[in-house]
Write a protein that binds this ligand. Structure first.
Ligand code: NDP
Length: 465
């Protein structure tokens, strides 16, 4: 009798887990994978993909507003939230089916069950036990809400994708990725949108100039953005909800969405039974090869909270499989990973913020531009674009590239290749502009900003950049 039922057992059918299972099977391993909810994980089911579809829907509002300047007369447009959700759900169901098809085609055994570790080689699947030589934990994350009175009346991004109708008035609480993105979605679709953030400006961790610029642009779009604003309690008030704000103010809305961070989905996973180390927040501790404190158990993606981004989980999966099953060891490099916030306007970044670079003691050349895009000249939109390069003065290597504006994510994805290759400012300058685009500004910025008298590093760090 074989010692193990599987060479590899993967817990979690999201982007990282599915990629690892398919690739390991491709290397000849006998692989099983368990998922307790829907195949595709956060990104496909209730994250990146449905979010981006809703973002597209909300952009239509601006396109219609812009049309008049280009000579179009458009009769009053009607929007149907149920139709949008129905179409989105069809697409998500299609993608989820594709995930299962890819797994079965790759000869991975697909198991729909809650999986729990019993010991370092044994997994319990809704009552039955299987044994695996190697185990990969890829259970992702879930939303976290503060425990304030009435929090049960709020929703998270999970529920936002399934609301029966678009709320007339909505409060979004938080100032990170999800809060900024959903505020843009609700506002664009016509809800009166309040964005309540306990700090200022939005998007802690991003470059300071980016944060200041996008905070003002979001306000210009009509979102009632309140910084230094804390919700103390949520009370039902007839057909709506009343938010009690710090300072005594109250705010009446029809829906409250909390986007106050995510935590690893590791509760009830049997980590203790298997001896896998986690920190206080339940984050699984791993080494540079995604190996946990237990030699045959690995973990990737959001449950390890390195960079909570789908493509990162996928690359971590590939590094794990090549290393453990492919005889081609390599470690995932988490530096210079481009990332974007699909708020309106978009924010996208690759590399270091100014403060991160200065905190390494580097002298910098900073290039910035802020302009009205060509499209806005006829549309009458007041939207502006912001771009910034952070350049190491000594080596002239471009350390960080930042953008706020239409298509920022598409543009930064391409620029990320140059940054990953260690391109210098001179190489950016040698690149001939592609005219007329907004992106061309990245290769035409010539004059660095004056050297700050006092970089204000401490202030910037205190602000959480
Ligand atoms: P973030 O960590 O980005 O933001 C959480 C926000 O909630 C912060 O503004 C934080 O404030 C605030 N907050 C935290 N606790 C409280 C509290 N008790 N009361 C009030 N406000 C609070 O989390 P998200 O949930 O938005 O996203 C989680 C992660 O998912 C992201 O970090 C990202 O990695 C990933 N993601 C990526 C996306 C993309 O690639 N486009 C889209 C969505 C998510 P403060 O700043 O003061 O700490």
């Amino acid at each position: 009798m074989a010692l193990y039922d599987y060479d590899l057992f993967v817990i979690g059918g999201g982007s990282g887990g599915v990629r690892a299972a398919r690739m390991a099977s491709g290397y000849g391993a006998k692989v099983g994978i368990a998922e307790e909810y829907r195949w595709g994980g956060t990104c496909v089911i209730r994250g990146c993909v449905p979010k981006k579809l809703l973002v597209y829907a909300s952009h239509v509002h601006d396109e219609i507003a812009d049309a008049a300047g280009f000579g179009w007369t458009i009769p009053e447009a009607q929007f149907s939230w149920p139709k949008l959700i129905e179409n989105k759900d069809k697409e998500i169901a299609r993608l989820s089916r594709i995930y299962v098809e890819l797994l079965t085609k790759a000869k991975v055994e697909v198991i729909e069950a809650h999986a729990r570790l019993v010991d370092r080689h044994t997994i319990e699947l809704d009552g039955r036990q299987v044994r695996a030589k190697t185990i990969l934990l890829a259970t992702g994350g879930k939303p976290e809400r503060p425990r304030i009175p009435g929090i049960e009346h709020s929703i998270t991004s999970n529920e936002a994708f399934h609301l029966p109708h678009l709320p007339k008035r909505v409060a979004v609480v938080g100032g990170g990725y999800i809060a900024a993105e959903f505020a843009g979605i609700f506002n664009g679709l016509g809800a009166k949108t309040h964005l309540l953030y306990r700090g200022a400006p939005l998007l802690r961790g991003f470059d300071g100039d980016v944060r200041a610029f996008v905070t003002e642009e979001i306000r210009k779009k009509g979102v009632d953005l309140r910084t230094n604003s804390d919700v103390e309690a949520i009370e039902p008030a007839g057909t709506h909800l009343r938010l009690k704000l710090k300072g005594g103010e109250s705010l009446d809305v029809d829906q409250v969405l909390y986007a106050t961070g995510r935590v690893p989905n590791t509760e009830g996973l049997g980590l203790e039974a298997a001896g896998v180390d986690v920190d206080k927040k339940g984050i699984i501790r791993v080494d540079g090869h995604s190996r946990t404190s237990i030699e045959n158990i690995y973990a990737i993606g959001d449950c390890t909270d390195r960079l909570a981004l789908t493509p990162v989980a996928i690359k971590e999966a590939m590094a794990f499989v090549d290393t453990v099953f492919g005889g081609k060891p390599w470690a995932m490099d988490h530096s210079n990973v481009a990332h974007a916030v699909f708020c309106q306007p978009q924010v996208a970044t690759v590399g270091m913020s100014e403060v991160a670079a200065r905190s390494e003691g580097r002298r910098l050349d900073i290039y910035k531009t802020n302009f009205k895009p060509l499209k806005a000249t006829l549309s009458g939109s007041t939207e502006r674009v912001f771009m910034k390069l952070v350049v190491d003065r000594a080596s002239q290597v471009v350390l960080g590239v930042h953008m706020v504006g239409a298509d920022a994510a598409e543009i930064i994805q391409s620029i990320a290749i140059a940054v990953k290759m260690g391109a210098t400012k001179a190489q950016f300058d040698q690149t001939v502009a592609l005219h007329p685009t907004a992106a061309e500004e990245f290769v035409t910025m010539r004059t660095p900003e004056p050297e700050p008298v006092e970089p204000g590093l401490e202030d910037m760090q205190a602000a959480g950049e």
